[in-house]
Design a protein around this ligand. Structure first.
Ligand code: ADP
Length: 496
């Protein structure tokens, strides 16, 4: 029960009922005032000519003096027919000369304001027009008035207050029956009908909120497949849809976290594996040299040392790659963009790889047209990515093959491509080669292939430059890696 009073449904219903009550009261007051106004307007307009008619009857009793007795005698009958009138004779200043309000009624004022009487007589303004009530100073009443000649010298007025005391009290009129029966009853019925219907609709609306809450609680308990059905197109449906979207992203984030965790485990396993084997080899060679120091042929000894050196270089490269990748992953490396000629950079890199290519008898060609616009990139990072790609191309191309580096302009960008005539990559492997530690030939020793980090680093670097790397390959025919770099002008345009 306590929960019910705290529920959204209860609050909504309470506010609704209070508003309904308020509207009903306002409606009753408005209806009452309108009805009262209608009543006064009707009264005044039906009695508009009353004073004029009476004035012509009275004039005979006012020629020499005010014949109060005769007038009283005459109006006695009128008051019987219409008891709701009080008659006053006023002089031209509004001073009351005589009054006929029925027995025992006392006057409290000696004069009446003439402005409303003049307005009434002009007949230009809308009714009701209220005038002074000499028996209740400060109160205003509807009236009828007509000019009247008194004692042949005073241009006075006949002033008739239409509503008498009995009809004066608003509350009394309210309880007269008509208002109570019609307006109040009508409002009460509409309040009850609207109230009941409103409560039913609120119950229906909040039922949908309850459903969303139930689904959310189920989701919280771990039922991750729970979703709220979205049937309509209103705010509650938007809420349901927002929850569904949130649930989807939570689920996908969780999956992503699981995947990352899995990747991290694999990474640790791969690193340990990649480190353990070369370290064991180095240890083995060094132990042999130590144990058989004197018995070893100098050439064999030299060979052991060379192998040990090669393995340690490979280890150094692996550690360097791991370090680089972890810095890229943790956003420790931010590209320092500058404009430079990519052809110049490529010339330098090719010079660096020339001896390796010659050793493997691979033709290392470059197509670097001059007058290409400068690119806008981090020169150090791009050098690293290009070195990884050229290094791969040379490593996976057999003796006698060709590796070609090409640059050309496409729209506002520079396209860089590195093609080789090497072993190629199977189509099903292509989407995986950029994953860290992924090697097409798992059995290949680390000395011939790398650790499977080169392409992951290249892709990460290009992502930092907001560009992507693509690969095309045919088995036993060759592979082409390519990517775009922004030109200096284009990046300036984009900034604008
Ligand atoms: P690795 O250091 O093993 O070369 P990479 O990340 O650079 O690692 O490359 C991942 C895998 O993609 C390689 O093991 C190799 O099988 C394949 N690969 C990369 N470049 C080429 C290429 N130019 N030709 C053929 N295979 C390639």
């Amino acid at each position: 029960m306590k929960n019910f009073f705290q529920s959204f449904y209860f609050k909504l219903s309470a506010i609704f009922l209070i508003l309904l009550l308020l509207i009903s009261i306002i409606q009753i007051v408005i209806s009452f005032n309108a009805s009262k106004k209608f009543h006064t307007v009707t009264e005044q307009s039906t009695n508009r000519a009353l004073a004029k008619a009476m004035a012509s009857e009275f004039e005979q009793f006012l020629t020499d003096s005010i014949d109060v007795a005769a007038i009283e005698h005459m109006i006695h009958y009128m008051m019987v027919i219409n008891p709701r009138i009080e008659i006053y004779l006023l002089d031209e200043q509004g001073t009351i000369l005589a009054y006929f309000a029925g027995p025992g009624k006392q006057l409290k004022a000696t004069s009446v304001g003439l402005a409303p009487i003049r307005t009434f007589l002009k007949g230009e303004e809308e009714l009701p027009i209220y005038g002074d009530d000499p028996r209740h100073p400060g109160r205003k009443k509807i009236f009828s008035a007509a000019p009247l000649r008194i004692k042949q010298e005073i241009d006075g007025y006949l002033y008739i207050i239409i509503e008498s005391e009995k009809y004066d009290d608003a509350a009394a009129m309210f309880y007269q029956g008509f208002m109570t029966r019609t307006v109040v009853k009508g409002v009460l019925i509409s309040v009850i009908v609207t109230g009941v219907l409103g409560l039913i609709f609120f119950a229906l609306l909040t039922r949908r909120l309850h459903r969303i809450t139930r689904v959310m609680q189920a989701f919280e308990r771990g039922q991750l497949n729970e979703r709220v059905p979205v049937e309509k197109n209103d705010e509650i449906s938007y809420l349901a849809q927002s929850f569904n979207n949130l649930a989807e992203s939570v689920v996908s984030n969780m999956e992503e976290m699981k995947r990352t965790d899995q990747l991290r485990r694999e990474l640790v396993a791969n690193i340990s594996h990649d480190l353990r084997n070369p370290l064991a080899s180095i240890k083995g060679y060094l132990e042999t040299i130590q144990l058989k120091d004197t018995q070893l042929e100098p050439t064999v000894r030299q060979q052991y040392l060379e192998t040990t050196l090669k393995i340690s270089e490979m280890l150094e490269k692996l550690v360097d790659e791991l370090f680089q990748l972890s810095k890229l992953d943790s956003h420790q490396i931010q590209p320092h963009l500058e404009s430079f000629f990519i052809s110049d950079l490529l010339q330098d890199i090719i010079m660096k790889f020339k001896p390796i290519a010659e050793k493997k008898q691979i033709q290392l060609k470059a197509e670097l047209p001059e007058q290409l616009p400068q690119v806008y990139a981090d020169i150090g990072l791009i050098e690293r990515a290009l070195s990884n790609l050229i290094d791969n191309a040379l490593r996976y191309t057999d003796c006698g093959g060709t590796v070609k580096v090409k640059i050309f302009q496409e729209d506002q960008k520079i396209r860089v491509s590195i093609s080789d005539t090497g072993c190629g990559i199977r189509q099903e492997e292509l989407p995986l080669i950029f994953d860290r530690f992924y090697r097409v030939e798992k059995s290949r020793s680390r000395s011939t292939g790398g650790a499977g980090l080169g392409l992951a680093i290249a892709r990460k670097i290009l992502e930092l430059h907001k560009t992507t790397i693509s690969v095309e390959s045919r088995e036993n025919e060759g592979t082409t890696f390519s990517f775009y770099l922004n030109t200096w002008q284009h990046s300036n345009l984009q900034m604008v």
